[in-house]
Ligand binder design. Structure first.
Ligand code: PLP
Length: 397
């Protein structure tokens, strides 16, 4: 019986089989990891499928085929980190160009845009991407890129992707989105008209806190070629062993995410009822300002959530230092749960004025929900919140 065209398979089937074909030489069901840095050529000046590992590598090609399939794109590229992938996108621009970026974005992206791209004469405006009138007002003739996140970080703002894509294309610029929080298990931004979708593969794609990587996927062949040219010219490719780890992580992405969404929703609902919690930010809660939009854009609401403690900077830090199961660490999207204080950790690279203007308060706490049992995570947070409240009454403790 002939196999169906792979793109008609369900997501989780493609995650396992596309790009992971049986090795024709040995029959191995897991393709070998190709460590060779160079490949024998068919003749002088003649080029085979692979020649030099920066330009192309079979293990990386396999991962890129999986990613392209899962993103409904025409192709994908794998980078040495998420930041390298974002940097590649910004290298499409030239001196004098302008970027409109979301005000609710990863601190490292903020730093790249404000403290590296400015050296190349590129200017940046930070705009609340949920405010379409503000986005329209910020577009200029020189605007070449709108950069956002499908789920903003750390405030969980959800931009309307179709509206942004329309606006970008009318203005003659690209829409690129970081889908690290969303994951391709929950949304395919290219289907909403985005030109580029980016991931820190370090997070949900890898899923086990054991490798660093980044990805881009696109729907347009010409754009893919331009990005590939930059990647090959600048060299920030993902190494073969990390390609293997990301490809292995992707095989369980959908089942991990389903469970993480379930636990995150239960924790969000419980935290909402806690007297020491001022507010919970989770797109799955009806109180979330873009909950209705999130329902139309995502298949579920993700494994990340934030809450604001009724307390100051020091109490918030104390809470984060008091958990026993949640590790106090940046990063996210893995099997183990993590906790952090954006003001002093993931978003410390924001200028303080921009951070406060963006609504990232000192009392904000971000959780990355792993695969532990809900009851254990709930008990851990309960005792850590208690510890933060005791700290308030005995500041010298
Ligand atoms: C949303 C988001 N985008 C991009 C990055 C950067 O990715 P990497 O650390 O793999 O360079 C991160 C890292 O934390 C992130 O959280």
């Amino acid at each position: 019986m002939s196999k169906p065209p792979s793109q008609s398979w369900q997501f989780r089937t493609r995650a396992i089989h596309v790009g992971n074909e049986v090795d024709p030489q040995t029959g191995a069901v897991v393709p070998p990891v190709h460590l060779a840095s160079t490949f024998q050529q068919p003749g002088a000046g003649k080029w085979g499928q692979f020649d030099y590992s920066r330009s192309g590598n079979p293990t990386r090609s396999g991962l890129q085929a999986t990613l392209a399939s899962l993103e409904n794109g025409c192709g994908a590229l794998a980078f040495s980190s998420g930041m390298a992938a974002i940097h590649c996108v910004t290298m499409l621009l030239r001196s004098g160009d302008h970027i409109v970026a979301g005000s609710d974005i990863y601190g490292g992206a903020y730093r790249l845009l404000h403290k590296i791209c400015d050296h190349a004469g590129i200017t940046v405006s930070l705009v609340d991407l949920t405010d379409l009138a503000a986005v329209a007002a910020s577009l200029r003739a020189e605007t070449k890129l709108i950069w956002g996140e499908t789920i903003g970080n750390p405030l969980f703002s959800i931009p309307d992707l179709s509206a942004l894509a329309k606006m970008a294309h009318q203005a003659g610029c690209l829409l690129a989105v970081d889908n690290t929080f969303g994951t391709p298990a929950l949304i395919q931004p290219l289907d909403f008209g985005a030109d580029i979708v980016m991931h820190s593969a370090t997070k949900y794609l890898g899923g086990h806190s054991d490798c660093l990587g980044g990805t881009l996927a696109v729907a347009d062949e010409e754009l893919l070629n331009r990005l590939y040219f930059i990647q090959n010219a600048t060299g920030a490719v993902l190494d073969p062993f990390s390609c293997f780890l990301v490809a292995r992580g992707i095989k369980t992405l959908q089942v991990r995410i389903a469970e993480q969404c379930r636990t995150a929703r239960r924790l969000a609902q419980w935290l909402q009822t806690h007297r020491a919690v001022a507010r919970v930010l989770y797109p799955g809660l009806p109180e979330h300002p873009q909950h209705a939009l999130a329902t139309t854009q995502f298949r579920d609401f993700g494994g990340m959530l934030c809450f604001e403690l009724r307390g100051d900077f020091a109490q918030t830090a104390r809470l984060c230092e008091s958990t026993r199961l949640f590790h106090l660490a940046v990063s996210l999207g893995a099997v183990e749960s993590l906790i952090e204080q954006p003001a002093s950790m993931s978003h410390a690279s924001y200028d303080v004025a921009d951070r406060i203007k963006a609504g990232i308060q000192d009392s904000l706490i971000r959780l990355s929900v792993g695969l532990e049992a809900f009851e254990d995570l709930q008990a851990d947070l309960a005792q850590a919140i208690e510890a933060s409240q005791r700290y308030a009454t005995r500041p010298d403790a």
